[in-house]
Design a protein around this ligand. Structure first.
Ligand code: SF4
Length: 225
């Protein structure tokens, strides 16, 4: 069953402006070739909610929030109730998501259970299924539109491996973001080279993205380039 897989007890980097703990949730509805979290994506529940709550009781006043990541936290069957417990303790919640589970994300938003969302824009529509092995681009698109039209603090980001995405693909994503009225910064994250085996057994990039070819008519920031 999808569940809490592991906990990182402290991060000052993951949740913008806040000190946080990070919870990793097992399972995912995508299979991105560059994903190096195979153990989490194919893993099972390792930690009970009560253990997390007991830990957070010791961090009241010391941490500002909790990041939910994975894997795909929206697959966790008790996400709504669990989030409410954490919010009731006074912590803010950041959610990392690929945006496919629109209904759960909408419920999280409508019930004020999420304070910050990091939304992965995996690929332009014509490459979405090829890269994610998930055919529901339209669900991601609904999530993107919902967030643009909400007051939730959020960011859009793309992981770049140039065997999969090139400058033209990134410029297509930028055009979509502009046309939909996205006002924030678009973060490009260079593929992180690691010894860990990736889902698609993809190797190192043969070249880096040429940043000078990107449409910079919206704010861009680059991570790990
Ligand atoms: S990188 Fe892709 S496969 Fe890996 S956890 Fe994120 S969405 Fe799932």
């Amino acid at each position: 069953m999808n569940g809490i897989y592991s906990i990182q007890k402290f991060s000052s980097l993951d949740f913008p402006g806040r000190l946080c703990a990070i919870l990793w949730f097992s399972g995912c509805n995508m299979r991105c070739p560059y994903c190096y979290n195979k153990d989490v994506v194919f893993g099972k529940k390792q930690i009970e909610e009560d253990e997390v709550i007991d830990f957070l009781k010791t961090r009241t006043g010391l941490l500002d929030g909790v990041t939910f990541t994975g894997g795909c936290p929206t697959l966790y069957p008790n996400l709504i109730n669990f989030s409410k417990k954490i919010k009731d303790m006074g912590f803010e919640i950041k959610l990392d998501t690929n945006g496919i589970n629109f209904e759960i994300l909408k419920e999280m938003k409508d019930k004020n259970l999420v304070d910050y969302i990091a939304l992965d824009f995996k690929a332009p529509p014509e490459k979405f299924e090829q890269i994610t092995k998930n055919r529901h681009y339209e669900k991601f698109e609904s999530t993107l539109e919902m967030l643009i039209n909400s007051n939730i603090e959020f960011e859009v980001r793309t992981t770049v491996h140039t065997d999969l995405l090139d400058e033209n693909d990134i410029n297509k994503i930028i055009t979509i973001l502009k046309n939909k009225g996205y006002k924030g910064t678009y973060y490009l994250q260079n593929f992180f080279e690691t010894d860990k085996e990736t889902i698609g057994n993809i190797g190192p990039q043969k070249r880096k993205l040429d940043l000078s070819l990107l449409d910079n008519s919206i704010p861009l920031e680059f991570r790990n380039f």
